[in-house]
Design a protein around this ligand. Structure first.
Ligand SMILES: *[C@@H]1O[C@H](CO)[C@@H](O)[C@H](O)[C@H]1NC(C)=O
Ligand SMILES: *[C@@H]1O[C@H](CO)[C@@H](O)[C@H](O)[C@H]1NC(C)=O
Length: 472
C-alpha cells in the first residue's frame, strides 16, 4: 500500500489537467484505442472524461476503460443508428474490390456520420452544458469526427489534439465542400491541433519524412498485461503440438466468407493433423464445410491477445486490422495476412516487409493448395518465426515508449494550448511554390537563354573565321 502511494505521488508530480476524450461508439478498435488513451491519462493523475455517444448499439456491452470512471453516454437518433447499422457485419466486404476509388465514398460516409452526430449533439444541449462546467483544458478526438470542432467551441475548450487509429491519415482531407451541409464544419481548423497522434510505429511502419507535430504512438493500445487463459482454452492449446489462430476481427465476419473459401480453408487445415486450428467463427453452421475434420476448433469469441501471447500458439491468420497487426507484431508470432478492405491493404504490406508474414489475397482463399502452402511456411519455416521475434524485440525495447510519448505531449498541449510554432510554413504555399516549380522554371529559362546566347556567339565566331580564311 505504501509503495502505491509513493508511486502515485511520483507520477502525479505535474499539474492535473481536465481532459475530454471524445470517441463516438462506432468501432471496437477505435473505442479500444481511445479507452486506452483515457486510461493512460487517468493513471497519470488527470481528470479525464470519456464522452462516447452511441452509434453502434452492440458495443455498449463492452467497457473500454478500466481506470477512467467518468464515462458519458448519449443515445443515437434513429437516423444515426441507421447509419451505424451499415458498419458492422457487412458481408459485401468479402467480395468488394477496395481501391482508391472507394475513398470518396468512404469519406462521404464518415461525413454523414459526423453530420448526424453533430445534429444529435445540438439536440442535447443540457448534457453539453453539464460537460462545460468541467472546464476542460484539452479535447482529444479522431479526425473523422469533425463535429468535435463545434463541440469544442461550445464547451469553450481552447486546445485540441487529434489521435488516429490508423497508421496514415489521408482520406479525410479529401472531403469536398461541394455539399453545402459540410460547410458547417470548419475542416481547415484541423491543422490547428497541438499534436497529431498516429497509430503508427516507426519500428514497424514504412520510413517516411514527417513533422514534429506528428507523434507516432503505434502499438499503445496493445496491453502487455494479459489475463490468464481459462481452463478450457488451456485444454485446447494442449491438444496438439502446434496451434494456429484464425480471426478476421469484429467488423469482418468469418461466417460471411464465400462458401467455397470456407471449404478450401477447412480442406487445407485437414492436411495438418498435428496442428489445432482455432477459428473465430460467428455461426453454428460449420458442419456444412468442416464436418469430420477433428483439428478445427470453432469459437464465436476468442481472447485474441491472450492467445497470441501464449507460447503454445504458433501462427496467426488475420485481416490485417491495425489492432491485430500491432498485437501480432508485439507478441512476435509469424502470420498470414489476408487484407479485406480499407487500410488493411497498407497494414499488410507494412508487416510483410519485416519478413515474418505472408500475404494472401482474399480472392485466393478458394485455392486450397495455396492456402496449405502458406500455412506450411508460417508453421514450419523457422525464418518467419525468427523475423517475427526480431520485430517484437524491437517494439518491446523502443527508446521511448508510445505511452510516454503520448502522456508527455498531451500534458504539454493541455498546458500550452495551440502550438503555432510547430506549424510548417509550407502549409501556406501553393503547389508551384511547394514543389519549387517556380524555381525550376526560372533556372530553365536562364539555361535556355544562356544556350541560345552561346549558340549565336559560336555561329558568329565561325562566320568571322570563315571570312578571315576567305580573305587570306
Ligand atoms: C479533478 O476531479 C476532482 C474530483 O472530481 C476534483 O476535486 C478536482 O478539483 C478536479 N481537478 C481539477 C483540476 O479540476
Ligand atoms: C527481408 O528479407 C529481404 C530479402 O532477404 C531483405 O533484403 C530484407 O532486409 C529483410 N527485411 C528485414 C526487415 O529484415
Amino acid at each position: 500500500m505504501k509503495h502505491t502511494t509513493i508511486f502515485l505521488l511520483l507520477i502525479s508530480s505535474t499539474t492535473p489537467y481536465n481532459i475530454l476524450v471524445f470517441c463516438p461508439l462506432f468501432g471496437h478498435s477505435h473505442s479500444t484505442f481511445f479507452g486506452r488513451l483515457a486510461d493512460i491519462l487517468t493513471e497519470a493523475g488527470h481528470n479525464v472524461t470519456m464522452f462516447t455517444p452511441t452509434i453502434v448499439d452492440e458495443f455498449r456491452n463492452f467497457s473500454y476503460t478500466k481506470l477512467t470512471k467518468d464515462v458519458v453516454y448519449l443515445d443515437p437518433s434513429p437516423k444515426l443508428k441507421a447509419i451505424g447499422d451499415l458498419i458492422a457485419g457487412n458481408s459485401r466486404y468479402w467480395n468488394q474490390e477496395f481501391s482508391l476509388n472507394v475513398i470518396p465514398e468512404t469519406s462521404r460516409f464518415f461525413q454523414s456520420l459526423a453530420n448526424e452526430q453533430h445534429n444529435v449533439l445540438s439536440e442535447n444541449l443540457p448534457l453539453l452544458d453539464e460537460l462545460k462546467k468541467k472546464n476542460f483544458d484539452l479535447i482529444l478526438f479522431e479526425t473523422i469526427f469533425t463535429c468535435a470542432i463545434p463541440l469544442m467551441d461550445y464547451l469553450e475548450i481552447k486546445a485540441f489534439a487529434l489521435a488516429h487509429t490508423v497508421a496514415f491519415e489521408a482520406s479525410n482531407y479529401y472531403t469536398s465542400y461541394s455539399n453545402p451541409e459540410e460547410r458547417i464544419y470548419p475542416l481547415q481548423r484541423l491543422p490547428d491541433a497541438s499534436f497529431v497522434f498516429t497509430n503508427s510505429n516507426p519500428y514497424l511502419d514504412f520510413p517516411r519524412a514527417t513533422i514534429a507535430k506528428n507523434i507516432q504512438i503505434g502499438g499503445i493500445s496493445v496491453s502487455m498485461e494479459t489475463r490468464k487463459l481459462g481452463e478450457e482454452w488451456d485444454r485446447i492449446l494442449n491438444l496438439r503440438n502446434k496451434n494456429f489462430l484464425i480471426a478476421f476481427g469484429s467488423v469482418i465476419l468469418s461466417k460471411d466468407m464465400p462458401f467455397e473459401s470456407k471449404v478450401s480453408m477447412a480442406r487445407a487445415m485437414k492436411q495438418f493433423p498435428d496442428v489445432t486450428f482455432i477459428w473465430k467463427y460467428e455461426d453454428s453452421d460449420t458442419d456444412k464445410f468442416a464436418e469430420g475434420i477433428q483439428n478445427i476448433h470453432f469459437s464465436k469469441w476468442i481472447p485474441q491477445r491472450e492467445l497470441l501471447a501464449d507460447a503454445r500458439l504458433s501462427a496467426f491468420m488475420t485481416h490485417g486490422g491495425l489492432g491485430s497487426v500491432n498485437e501480432v507484431s508485439c507478441m512476435g508470432k509469424p502470420s498470414i495476412m489476408c487484407p479485406i478492405m480499407g487500410d488493411q491493404m497498407r497494414n499488410t504490406k507494412m508487416l510483410v516487409r519485416h519478413n515474418g508474414s505472408i500475404e494472401i489475397s482474399k480472392y485466393d482463399l478458394g485455392n486450397s493448395d495455396l492456402v496449405e502452402e502458406v500455412m506450411r511456411k508460417v508453421l514450419y519455416d523457422e525464418s518467419y518465426k525468427i523475423a517475427a521475434q526480431r520485430l517484437s524485440d524491437h517494439l518491446r525495447n523502443q527508446p521511448v515508449s508510445p505511452k510516454d510519448l503520448f502522456l508527455k505531449h498531451t500534458e504539454f498541449a493541455a498546458r500550452f494550448g495551440k502550438l503555432s510554432s510547430l506549424d510548417p510554413y509550407s502549409r501556406q504555399m501553393g503547389v508551384l511554390e511547394y514543389f519549387m516549380i517556380d524555381l525550376v522554371l526560372i533556372v530553365t529559362v536562364i539555361l535556355v537563354i544562356l544556350c541560345l546566347f552561346l549558340y549565336f556567339l559560336l555561329k558568329l565566331v565561325c562566320k568571322m573565321s570563315e571570312k578571315k580564311m576567305k580573305v587570306e
